[in-house]
Write a protein that binds this ligand. Structure first.
Ligand SMILES: Nc1ncnc2c1ncn2[C@@H]1O[C@H](COP(=O)(O)OP(=O)(O)OP(=O)(O)O)[C@@H](O)[C@H]1O
Length: 373
């Protein structure tokens, strides 16, 4: 557990503190996200944990020990640090970059490299990448190496400062899911800085929303921040889509999955197969969705390339947000549901999802106000 108590950081050239009287407990083995607009003290707070920045006043205890009493070099080595610009050494190969901290800790070169090779695999990179130099990797690959390097000494604490903000949204979403997958196995204490509320609610077990002036505005679960922002600042920061984001915390299991007509590659090319009910779902020979075939467009469809691209997919077991997004983004108005292997198993309809949302709202209202709703 990392415990901030009354921590303030002031710089001499500034009227307001960078961090103002921060008290909060960071749980062991969980992801705590610091989120907020630019300049509100997130990075400063993060860096005070490993004493890259010294507090002006207040205390930070790590597992009961005052950080001020631990040598800063020791603290830094006991915590992995990942930052936006990956921070890799350009003249060293990927493997040697990952092996840097174990080498500093006295591990032999052979052992450190063997461990680095394992970590490449853990973060989803091939062994061949290990021989490259950082400049020969994409931004997303560099960030993966940054994570591998931070994990190399197996530190209990990982500090991550906007690690995914320099990559495009698709790679960013992949890296977020990878981090969640890693965390399920590793259970590190992770402190993660971002200015993106979506990233914060996807990754965080708890979320600390910082306001301008280095003030902690709300410290809560992601669901709590979205459902009940404590003030106008947090409500404004969480933004217009907060109702939609909140659906991300409601299970989509209860949405009815309906059968749908599916056309496999053989049927797709066969014009004698009728498309019933307006649309049929084209699937590949593994049953994975390719897109939609409209009844009216049927004569033109002769190959998978002719199908109308589909919307997002709803994986069975995902949230109501994912189900609703699948339905609303689909040209047929039906959201495609897939199983764990990505095979289409049926469809969901937006109207039925709205009914479920309404029922959940009524139940919450009754729980809050008794039966007089
Ligand atoms: N070394 C420094 N000297 C003077 N002021 C600083 C220094 N480092 C940070 N600050 C100031 O402290 C405040 C908080 O900065 P910090 O980097 O912690 O914010 P942040 O929330 O991480 O912002 P961003 O999202 O833009 O990275 C800012 O006003 C910044 O200008």
């Amino acid at each position: 557990m990392i415990r901030f108590r009354g921590v303030t950081k002031s710089y001499p050239d500034s009227d307001s503190p960078a961090v103002d009287n921060l008290s909060l407990d960071i749980a062991k083995g969980a992801i705590t996200v610091f989120v907020g607009p630019s300049g509100c003290g997130k990075t400063t707070s993060l860096r005070m944990i490993n004493r890259m920045v010294e507090p002006t006043s207040g205390t930070i205890h790590i597992d009961g020990r005052n950080a001020a009493d631990s040598p800063s070099s020791e603290l830094r080595r006991s915590m992995g640090y990942v930052m936006q610009s990956s921070g890799l050494l350009p003249h060293r190969t990927v493997i040697d970059n990952i092996a840097t901290v174990p080498r500093l800790n006295g591990v032999s070169r052979r052992q450190a490299r063997a461990r680095a090779a394992e970590l490449l695999d853990v973060v989803g990179l091939s062994a061949a990448m290990g021989k490259r130099y950082p400049a020969q990797l994409s931004g997303g690959q560099q960030q993966r190496v940054g994570v591998a390097r931070a994990l190399a000494a197996d530190p209990p604490v990982l500090l991550m400062d906007e690690p995914f903000s320099a990559v495009d949204p698709v790679v960013r979403a992949e890296l977020q899911q990878e981090l969640l997958r890693l965390q399920r196995d590793l259970a590190k204490t992770i402190v993660f800085v971002t200015h993106d509320i979506d990233e914060a609610t996807i990754l965080g077990d708890t979320v600390a929303v910082f306001a301008v002036g280095g003030r902690l505005a709300q410290f809560d679960t992601p669901e709590g921040v979205l459902r009940a922002p404590v003030d106008d600042f947090v409500a404004g920061f969480v933004g217009r889509d907060r109702g939609f984001r909140h659906l991300g915390f409601q299970a989509g299991n209860s949405v009815a999955v309906h059968p749908v007509q599916m056309l496999d590659p053989v049927e797709l090319g066969d014009h004698s197969v009728p498309v019933r009910e307006g649309w049929a779902l084209a699937v590949d020979d593994g049953g994975r969705p390719l897109g939609w075939v409209p009844a009216s467009g049927r004569p033109a469809v002769t190959s998978p390339a002719d199908v109308v691209p589909g919307g997002s997919l709803h994986r069975r077991g995902d949230s109501l947000r994912s189900a609703l997004d699948a339905a609303l983004s689909s040209p047929s108005g039906m959201g495609v549901v897939v199983d764990g292997e990505g095979r289409a198993i049926g469809v969901v309809r937006a109207g039925e999802i709205f009914d479920l949302i309404e029922q959940a709202r009524l139940r919450r209202g009754m729980a809050l106000h008794g039966s007089a709703v």
